[in-house]
Structure formats: structure tokens, C-alpha cells
Design a protein around this ligand. Structure first.
Ligand code: URA
Length: 409
């Protein structure tokens, strides 16, 4: 039976709900073995899935765990998800902005994967910050202060955890139907009323082309329609790292400076405002333009930053305790010109090598290390200017700076 299912998909045929249910739930309970599931995933990767199969798979994923119910919390709950990028700390900025404007935010975030960092790892650079809140605590907190950022509970789509781990080691992560089911099952099970997805595209992202990013976006909107949830998507660039900081503690500090209004317009700040405006527009049923004006105001009058402080202290964190390594190394511009490219993937590899992420499951993250970009794409530089500073830990790194920065005369 299992072999027949795998073979059917290998031949590019459509699987029924029952067949998908048999093999995926069989995998979760141990009847289907890793190599059988890996074979099916590869067949899906190569032959794709019909919309019906994708809806069925998403339902099977959702039903594998708890479906959270936040209906007792007043207001439209808008959730946001990013498909993952280098230096992506947008959640830390937009969640407090949105909550400060009266839209409740319940954000369950994940950890880093591959070269990309996760919001929960970043928050753990704040000493004391609790990332494992129970459902009751989440509801209590969101009713009290309007915002929660916590880790995903073990009961949230356990199927995704199992399948994702296998995809990660079988070159099947970038399958669009599998990404869509993975993301949408978690968002729907998390109890959101409306969902905003930031689809990353480029060298440092899962999806490398705009066409694929568009396909994924359209598919997630369709899954949303199936579940009667409004889904909006924004496709954003991930050829260049997002913002100036890459590395956990450094990224939290950068998020703080954006919330304080200290950063001028740059692609990261602009993306934060864009995403936050979209969420506020969805949460308040107002135009994006009106939402954008409110977002700017929340930065200007300090309410967004104050909401962040309230969040951190409610979850027992101490932002004064964030440690940044004192062992620094500057990368200097080898020539004068204009910064044409900063390679997101190479920066991701560098920060991982410094210890900002995990190379093996047993590695410990060093929250104090990372890279800070003094110059961004489009900036003018003179020979000898500091392009970036590395904050180093105990790991020795061997970096090819030429691969990271491209400077045009
Ligand atoms: N993010 C997810 O949650 N799942 C994927 O498959 C890819 C990105």
C-alpha cells in the first residue's frame, strides 16, 4: 500500500486525501520509515501537487496537533510569518508597533534554520526572556498588554516538525506545495483571524526566483480562502541581508534603534513599516495609507518602543543585560566606489561560523557574536572605510571578504 502511494506520486498522479492521510500519519506514528517518506517528498518535489492535494495535506498537518482558540481575545488577531532570511528581525519591530496601535498580536515564532536566524533565538539573547509560555499565559498576557511573542508549543502541528526535519536533510525544503502546507498549517492552527506572509526571494532565501515567490504567494492565498481566512502577502528581497545587524544580540539592538526612530529609511526600516501597515490595515479594516500614518506616529510618539519594553518586562527579560562580544574585527574597503552587492548567503555563512547559529543539533548559540554592516548597498565608500565589524566569540573564522562585498568604481 505505502509503495503504491509512493509509486503513484512518482508517476505524477494525484493522491487522494485517504492516501495522503495514510502515508503522512503513518510516518508520524512510526509505521512509515524515513526513507519511504523521503522518497515520497522527493516525488512531490519533482512532480508537484494539485490544489486539492495541497488543501488535503494542509488539513492533515493541522489535524496532527492542537488548534489554538483565541476567540476570547477581543479584536482581529493578525499573524505574520516570514519564509526566512538573513538578518530578518522584522517581528521584533512590527509586533510592538501593531500592538501599540490596538491590534492584538499573538506571535508564535520559530528558531533558526540553516543560515537563517529565528526570532526565538534572537529573543533569547535578552537574559531572562521567557519563550515557552503556556496557552493560558498567552491568553492572559494578550488580554493584559495586547502582545505576546513566544515559541511554538510542542502540540502545534507536530507533523510539520517531523516532516520539516526530514526535508531539511533530503533537499526537499524548497518544494512550493510543501512550503505552503507547512506555513499555512501553523498559521491556521495558531488561531489567527488574518494572516500576512512575507515571502522572501533571492540568494539568501529558500525561493530564488520571483516567479516561484509569486506561485507560493498565490497558493497561500488560496489555502487561506479554503479556510475563510484573509491572507495577504508581500514579496521582499533577500539577495542582501536585511538591515545592518546579523547575529542575535546585535539584531535585538538594531530592532530597538528602529523602534526608537533612530534609523533613517533603509530597506529594513521600509519593510518593517510596510509589513506593520499591512497588519494594521487588516486588523482595523482601514486603508494601508491610513495605517501607514498611524505606524509612523507610533514610532514618533514612542508608543511602539514603550510597547516593546512592556513586552520584554512582562516576559521577564532584561534588555540592559544583552551582551555583545568585545572582540571585534573591522572589515575595510579595499577600494573606493559604491557598494554594489552584499551577499546575503555569504553573510549568513559567516555569522553561522562565528557561532550565531547552530551547525549541528548539539551546538550552543553564542548570542554575543555577529556582523554589523556600517555600509549598505548603494553607499559611497573610500578605500580603508570600515565596511563591517565582526563581533567574534571563541570560534576561528576564515572569511573571504571579496565574496561578501562587491564595490564598483
Ligand atoms: N517556513 C516554514 O515554516 N516552512 C517551510 O517549509 C518553509 C519556511
Amino acid at each position: 500500500m505505502i509503495l503504491d502511494i509512493i509509486n503513484k506520486k512518482r508517476l505524477g498522479k494525484e493522491l487522494t486525501y485517504k492516501e495522503l492521510d495514510t502515508i503522512f500519519n503513518g510516518y508520524l506514528n512510526g509505521d512509515v520509515l524515513d526513507y519511504q517518506m523521503a522518497s515520497l517528498l522527493m516525488a512531490i518535489c519533482i512532480n508537484g501537487m494539485s490544489d486539492e492535494e495541497i488543501f488535503a495535506l494542509t488539513k492533515i498537518f493541522i489535524d496532527s496537533g492542537d488548534i489554538l482558540d483565541f476567540s476570547s481575545v477581543d479584536g482581529i488577531k493578525v499573524d505574520k510569518h516570514s519564509t526566512g532570511g538573513i538578518g530578518d528581525k522584522t517581528t521584533l519591530v512590527i509586533a510592538p508597533i501593531v500592538a501599540s496601535l490596538g491590534v492584538p498580536v499573538i506571535k508564535m515564532s520559530g528558531r533558526g534554520l540553516g543560515y537563517t536566524g529565528g526570532t526565538i533565538d534572537k529573543l533569547e539573547s535578552i537574559p531572562g526572556y521567557r519563550v515557552n509560555l503556556k496557552d493560558k499565559e498567552i491568553i492572559h498576557q494578550v488580554k493584559d498588554i495586547g502582545i505576546v511573542i513566544t515559541g511554538q508549543t510542542a502540540c502545534l502541528v507536530p507533523m510539520d516538525k517531523a516532516i520539516y526535519a526530514l526535508r531539511d536533510v533530503t533537499a526537499t525544503v524548497s518544494s512550493i506545495p510543501l512550503i505552503a502546507s507547512s506555513i499555512m498549517s501553523k498559521k491556521i492552527a495558531s488561531g489567527a483571524d488574518k494572516i500576512l506572509i512575507d515571502v522572501k526571494v533571492g540568494k539568501g532565501a529558500l525561493l530564488k526566483t520571483k516567479e516561484d515567490a509569486k506561485k507560493l504567494s498565490e497558493l497561500m492565498v488560496k489555502i487561506g480562502e479554503f479556510y475563510q481566512k484573509e491572507v495577504r502577502t508581500i514579496i521582499s528581497d533577500m539577495n542582501t541581508p536585511l538591515g545592518r545587524a546579523i547575529g542575535n544580540g546585535l539584531e535585538v539592538k538594531e530592532a530597538i534603534s528602529v523602534l526608537k526612530g533612530e534609523e533613517k529609511s533603509n530597506p529594513f526600516v521600509d519593510l518593517c513599516y510596510d509589513l506593520a501597515s499591512e497588519m494594521v490595515s487588516m486588523g482595523k479594516n482601514i486603508s494601508k495609507k491610513d495605517a501607514y500614518n498611524q505606524v509612523l506616529q507610533s514610532i514618533k510618539d514612542g508608543s511602539a518602543y514603550n510597547k516593546f519594553l512592556e513586552l520584554v518586562s512582562y516576559q521577564k527579560g532584561d534588555i540592559n543585560g544583552i551582551k555583545i562580544s568585545q572582540k571585534k574585527l573591522d572589515i575595510l574597503a579595499p577600494s573606493s566606489g559604491i557598494v554594489k552587492r552584499i551577499d546575503a548567503l555569504e553573510i549568513g555563512k559567516l555569522s553561522l561560523a562565528l557561532g550565531a547559529g547552530k551547525e549541528t543539533l548539539n551546538d550552543k548559540i553564542d548570542y554575543s557574536v555577529g556582523v554589523y554592516l556600517h555600509k549598505l548597498v548603494g553607499d559611497k565608500v573610500k578605500e580603508g572605510d570600515v565596511l563591517a565589524t565582526l563581533y567574534m566569540g571563541n570560534k576561528k573564522v576564515d572569511v573571504n571578504y571579496d565574496k561578501i562585498f562587491t564595490i564598483d568604481m
